[in-house]
Design a protein around this ligand. Structure first.
Ligand code: 0PR
Length: 383
């Protein structure tokens, strides 16, 4: 550390050099990310609330009111207005909170959870932190969870079953209604990870897309993860966790002797009020119509991309259900495809199950990016 500070102009000259090394979503070159360019309205709201700490909400009652309203709006979007929850850092924190609530309300000696093979790795972190035994259920040929496999894994120690609405690698929606029946019959907590799909499935359904139910409308659903910093266009880090009943938040409440609130249920103490403000601003600014258009546009580009991939000689792993396309080749290895695309300036990611190139058609991708990508993909196949 320097003894004397560096002048402001110089600092920003220096910072710019680092910034130039980074990729940007705006370039349309990032094809394997679930994040996107934050919407300018969310960015402005975020900046306005930078000093606001929801870990001590009594100091920031305005921000707290926004968080409460956001939770109600998101609950309404997901089938139940009177839900309980928080705006947090992202899907990982939300999933850990859900597993903690399930464990704390169930109170068995050797708690276990059941997750689909397609579940995000955040559940492995949750299991590790919370000392839960992790049971992994198989998938069907369509990469949705196999119900028989889930049923076989249920034991007296099962504290939660997880279903995913928009899987990380294939974008699939698990059969949540059937999982709910199973959970109600066995009195087990059901968590739905809709970190990715929560901000698009409800809007796509309204537009006529034939997608299954996945939310609080289904009686057995105890909690839902929904991430504003994915399809919600909020700045990073902004996640959301919603619980059907207050008792789940209460089961995690820890006394906070000297703060403006007596009890705290979130994992972190000091937490961003800016994230809640940005989410509030975007929900109001874009409205249903704005989010509907965004979700539909992503799906239309997904179809264009999926058709194009087949046309230039690659194979889709599975028909896309949401805005994620996974493909492979019978000539080139997945690593080979990835390296060749990287050489042409594209940042793709590799799905682990099944091994394939995964493209997430986020709102920063436009038709011209998809068309350019398909031209490069065709070249790669003929190199
Ligand atoms: N649940 C699901 C279904 C997810 O897909 C993810 C992340 C999470 C939970 C965890 O969310 P946070 O990362 O917000 O804690 N899915 C993406 C993934 O792991 C996240 C991501 C985002 C990856 C941007 C890459 C990237 O560039 O693939």
């Amino acid at each position: 550390m320097e003894d004397q500070g560096i002048p402001r102009e110089q600092i920003f000259r220096m910072i710019r050099k680092y910034k130039e090394i980074d990729l940007t979503h705006r370039s349309g070159r990032i094809l394997g990310s679930m994040c996107t360019c934050p919407h300018p309205v969310g960015v402005k709201a975020y900046f306005m609330f930078l000093e606001s700490n929801l870990g001590d909400p009594g100091l920031f009652p305005g921000t707290k009111a926004m968080e409460d309203e956001v939770i109600t709006i998101l609950g309404e979007l997901l089938g139940k207005k009177d839900v309980f929850g928080h705006i947090i850092t992202g899907g990982t924190e939300a999933n850990i909170m859900a597993m903690r609530a399930a464990r704390n309300t169930c109170k068995v000696n050797n708690p276990e959870i059941i997750i689909p093979k397609s579940a995000h790795f955040s559940f492995r972190k949750a299991a590790d932190i919370l000392c839960l035994k992790l049971n992994i259920a198989d998938l069907n040929d369509d990469y949705r969870v196999n119900l028989t496999s889930i049923e076989e894994l249920i034991s007296d120690n099962t504290v939660a079953i997880v279903g995913v609405a928009g899987t990380t690698e294939m974008g699939k929606i698990d059969p949540i209604e059937e999982l709910s029946d199973l959970c109600l019959r066995n009195d087990i907590y059901l968590h739905v990870d809709a970190a990715f799909g929560g901000y698009s499935i409800p809007f796509l359904k309204e537009t006529g897309y034939n997608l299954p139910k996945f939310d609080f409308d289904i009686e057995g659903v105890s909690s839902i993860t929904i991430d504003p910093h994915k399809m919600g266009l909020a700045p990073i880090p902004t996640g959301g966790i919603l619980f059907r009943e207050k008792k789940y938040l209460e089961s995690m409440a820890i006394e906070t002797p000297y703060l403006t609130e007596d009890m705290q249920s979130t994992m972190v103490g000091t937490r961003s009020g800016a994230a809640a403000a940005a989410t509030w601003a975007l929900l109001k600014y874009l409205g249903k119509d704005g989010y509907r258009k965004i979700a539909v546009e992503c799906m239309e580009l997904t179809s264009l991309l999926a058709e194009g991939i087949v046309k230039v000689g690659f194979e889709l792993v599975t028909p896309p259900q949401l805005n994620i396309v996974a493909f492979r080749s019978n000539k080139l290895s997945v690593e080979d495809i990835s390296h060749r695309l990287e050489d042409k300036g594209w940042a793709v990611s590799i799905a682990s199950y099944p091994k394939s190139i995964r493209i997430i058609v986020m709102p920063h991708l436009k038709r011209e990016h998809i068309e350019k990508f398909l031209l490069d993909l065709e070249l790669i196949n003929h190199d």
